[in-house]
Ligand binder design. Structure first.
Ligand code: ADP
Length: 622
C-alpha cells in the first residue's frame, strides 16, 4: 500500500490527464449502459409483443424511451423516424432509431476509447520516465561500497526490467482500477435499480469471488518477486560473460558460460511457471463460481417469470447488465493479478532507492577552498567490513610533493587513496585538506581538486574530444588538443580517420592499452586538479607503452601534489617520499636511497622484483 502511494506520487504531475482518461472511461461505461437500454425496446417492442408483465416494468426509466421522447420533442430525428415510419410502419421507425443509436453510441465509444487509452499510456510513459531517471540518479550518486554490494547486471536489470514492469501499472492498471471500480459500483447500483431482488440474490455470491482473488494475488506477488530476483541474477551473469569475453574465450569457457546463463534462465522460468499457473487458474475458478451463481439465478428468476412477476425483457436486461458487471469484475481481478506482480517490482525499486548513501554531505557543507598547503591523514583507521584494512595512518603531505605508496598486494594502498577522494569514509580518524576535514566539505568541490588515473581506463562511447573534455562541452578544441599533446596522445589521435571527432565506440577497441591510457591522462591534464592520484596507471602496460605513458605522466604531474601507487618499484624511485605499507600500517617511509640503506621491507621488495625483472627498466621519469 505504501508502495502504491509512492508510485502515485510519480503519477501526480500528470494527474489532470489521468483524470481526463478516467472520465473518458466512465463515459465509455455510460455508452454501454445506453446500449443496454436498447435491449428492452428490441425485445419488447420490435419483436411481437408477448408475455409482458406491465406491472414489473411500469414506472422504471427506460433510457431508450427517454431519449426517443427527448429527440422527438427536439425534432432532431423527426425526419428519420417519420420517413422510416412511413415506409414500414411504427415498429420500423423504432428500428431505424435503434440503428442510428447504435452507430452514434459506437462513434462515441470509439472516441472515448481512443482518448482514454492514449491519455493513460501517455501518463504511464511519463511517470516511468521520471521513476527511471530518479532511480538512476540515486544509483549514480551511491558510494563505491554500494557498487561492491550490487553487481552491475542486477542494477541494470532493476532500472530496465523492474521499472519496465511498473510501466503497465502506472500507464493502465491504476487508471483501470479507478475506472473499473467506479464502473462496477455504477453497474451494481443499476442492477439494484433494475431489480433489487435479483441483485441481492447475486450479492450472496460476492465473498465466494473475493477469497480466491485475494489468495491468487498474494501468491502472484511472491512468485513475481522471486522471478525478478532471478532476472537480476541472469543479467549479472550475462554482463560478466559479455564484458569478460576475452577471458571466457581465452579459457575456452564459452559452453560453461552459456550453461551458467541457461541455468539462470531456468530459474526465472521456474518462478514464472508458478505465476503462469496462478494466472491461468484465475479465469476458470471465477467462471465456475459464475456458473454456480447463474444456475441459481436462473432457477430463481424462472419462478418469478412463471409467477408473472418478471418480464422476459426485464430479465434479459438484468442478465445483460449482470454479464457486464461480471466482465468488469473479471477485468478487475485480472488487473489485480497484474498489480500484485508489479507491486513486487515496485518494492524492489523502492528498496534500492531507499538504501542510504554511505557518503553523505553534511547539511550546509561549504566548498573546499582551492588546495594550497597540505594534505593530512590523522590517525586514520578503516575497514570495509569487520576486518581492519588501515590501522592508524598518520601522514602529512605538503603541497607539491610526490608520494609513492608501495607494499605487497592487499596492503591497503588503493584503500588509502580512495579515502582521500572520499569514495569511502574513514572508520575513525580524519583526512584533512588544508585543515578542512573532507567530510565537512561538499563532494563536488573536493573531487574537482582531485585528478584520477587508474589502471583500468574508462573510455565512454563518444568522440575522442568528448572523452578528453568529459562533460565540459564548451571547452575549446585548442585546449583539448593541447592536453592531448601534453599526454603524448596528439600524434595517434590526429592519425585517426576523423581525428578528434572519431567516435571511440568504434575506435576504442582498436586503440592499444597505452593509447587508451594516454587519453585518460589527457583528460586529467585538462581537468587540471592540484591533487593527483595515479593508481597503478602503468601496471598493465608493456615496456614500450609504459615509456610513452611515463612521459605523459611526467607532464601531468608537474606542479601537482601526487599520490602514486605502482607495483614496479623502478617507477617510484624518484618520488619525494616513499611510504611502505604492510597490513594496513606505514612501516617505512623515506626516499629510495634511505629505504634501500635500511635493509627493511622496501629493500626486500626491491630485491625480489629486481630478480624477477632481470634488469632495471631504462625509462623511469619518477
Ligand atoms: P592494495 O591496493 O594495497 O593492493 P587494497 O587497498 O586494494 O590493497 O586492499 C586492501 C584490503 O582491503 C585487501 O585485503 C582487500 O581484500 C580489501 N578490500 C579492497 N577493496 C574492498 C572492498 N570493496 N570490499 C571489501 N574489501 C576490500
Amino acid at each position: 500500500m505504501k508502495d502504491i502511494l509512492r508510485l502515485l506520487r510519480y503519477v501526480r504531475p500528470y494527474a489532470g490527464r489521468l483524470a481526463a482518461a478516467v472520465a473518458c472511461s466512465i463515459l465509455i461505461s455510460l455508452v454501454y449502459l445506453g446500449l443496454l437500454g436498447l435491449i428492452q425496446p428490441i425485445l419488447d417492442e420490435v419483436f411481437p409483443r408477448a408475455a409482458i408483465a406491465p406491472a414489473a416494468t411500469a414506472g422504471k426509466i427506460q433510457p431508450f424511451d427517454s431519449i426517443r421522447r427527448l429527440l422527438g420533442a427536439g425534432g432532431a430525428l423527426a425526419p428519420l423516424t417519420s420517413w422510416a415510419g412511413r415506409m414500414r410502419g411504427e415498429s420500423a421507425g423504432t428500428l431505424a432509431l435503434i440503428a442510428a443509436a447504435i452507430i452514434v453510441l459506437f462513434v462515441l465509444k470509439g472516441l472515448f476509447t481512443y482518448l482514454a487509452s492514449y491519455l493513460t499510456r501517455w501518463t504511464g510513459l511519463m511517470a516511468v520516465r521520471d521513476l527511471r531517471a530518479d532511480l538512476y540518479a540515486r544509483i549514480q550518486r551511491q558510494s563505491l561500497a554500494f557498487f561492491s554490494d550490487h553487481p552491475t547486471g542486477s542494477l541494470i536489470s532493476r532500472v530496465v526490467n523492474d521499472v519496465g514492469r511498473l510501466q503497465k501499472l502506472v500507464s493502465g492498471d491504476l487508471a483501470d482500477i479507478f475506472r473499473l471500480g467506479a464502473v462496477v459500483l455504477g453497474q451494481a447500483a443499476w442492477l439494484f435499480y433494475l431489480n433489487w431482488r435479483l441483485a441481492s440474490f447475486c450479492l450472496i455470491l460476492l465473498p465466494l469471488v473475493i477469497y480466491p482473488v485475494a489468495r491468487f494475488g498474494s501468491r502472484l506477488k511472491a512468485t513475481s518477486r522471486r522471478s525478478q530476483e532471478k532476472m537480476g541474477d541472469a543479467a549479472s551473469i550475462m554482463k560478466e560473460g559479455i564484458t569478460g569475453t576475452r577471458v571466457v574465450q581465452g579459457f575456452g569457457m564459452e559452453d560453461f558460460e552459456i550453461g551458467r546463463f541457461t541455468k539462470a534462465l531456468d530459474r526465472i522460468q521456474a518462478a514464472e511457471k508458478r505465476a503462469a499457473r496462478v494466472v491461468s487458474l484465475t479465469a476458470p475458478v471465477l467462471e465456475l463460481i459464475g456458473a454456480v451463481g447463474a444456475a441459481a439465478l436462473f432457477t430463481y428468476a424462472g419462478q418469478r417469470i412463471a409467477a408473472g412477476k418478471l418480464s422476459p425483457g426485464e430479465f434479459a436486461t438484468f442478465i445483460a447488465a449482470l454479464w457486464m458487471i461480471y466482465a468488469s469484475l473479471k477485468n478487475l481481478v485480472k488487473i489485480n493479478n497484474e498489480v500484485q506482480q508489479s507491486m513486487a517490482a515496485a518494492s524492489r525499486v523502492f528498496e534500492l532507492m531507499d538504501l542510504p548513501n554511505r557518503i553523505r554531505e553534511m547539511p550546509g557543507a561549504a566548498d573546499l577552498p582551492p588546495f594550497r598547503e597540505r594534505i593530512e591523514f590523522r590517525g586514520v583507521h578503516f575497514a570495509y567490513g569487520q576486518a581492519p584494512v588501515l590501522r592508524g595512518i598518520d601522514l602529512i603531505v605538503p603541497a607539491g610533493t610526490v608520494v609513492a605508496l608501495v607494499g605487497s598486494s592487499g596492503a591497503g594502498k588503493s584503500t588509502l587513496v580512495n579515502l582521500l577522494a572520499r569514495f569511502y569514509d574513514v572508520t575513525s580518524g580524519a583526512v584533512l585538506i588544508d585543515e578542512a576535514d573532507i567530510r565537512d566539505v561538499t563532494l563536488p568541490s573536493l573531487r574537482r581538486q582531485i585528478g584520477l588515473v587508474t589502471q583500468e581506463v574508462i573510455l565512454f562511447d563518444d568522440t575522442v574530444r568528448n572523452n578528453i573534455a568529459y562533460g565540459r562541452a564548451g571547452i575549446p578544441l585548442e585546449k583539448v588538443v593541447a592536453a592531448a599533446r601534453a599526454a603524448h596522445a596528439g600524434a595517434f589521435i590526429e592519425a585517426l580517420p576523423r581525428g578528434y571527432d572519431t567516435p571511440l565506440g568504434e575506435a576504442g577497441h582498436r586503440l592499444s592499452l597505452g593509447q587508451r591510457q594516454r587519453i585518460s591522462i589527457a583528460r586529467a591534464i585538462l581537468k587540471d586538479s592540484p591533487i593527483l592520484i595515479l593508481d597503478e596507471a602503468t601496471s598493465s602496460l608493456d615496456m614500450e607503452s609504459e615509456a610513452e605513458v611515463q612521459i605523459a605522466l611526467q607532464n601531468l604531474m608537474t606542479g601537482r601534489t601526487v599520490f602514486v601507487i605502482a607495483h614496479r618499484l623502478s617507477t617510484v624511485r624518484r618520488a619525494d617520499v616513499i611510504l611502505v605499507l604492510d597490513n594496513g600500517r606505514i612501516v617505512e617511509r623515506g626516499t629510495h636511497p634511505d629505504l634501500l640503506a635500511r635493509q627493511g621491507l622496501y629493500a626486500r621488495l626491491y630485491a625480489l622484483q629486481f630478480k624477477d625483472d632481470g634488469q632495471e627498466p631504462e625509462v623511469s621519469v619518477l
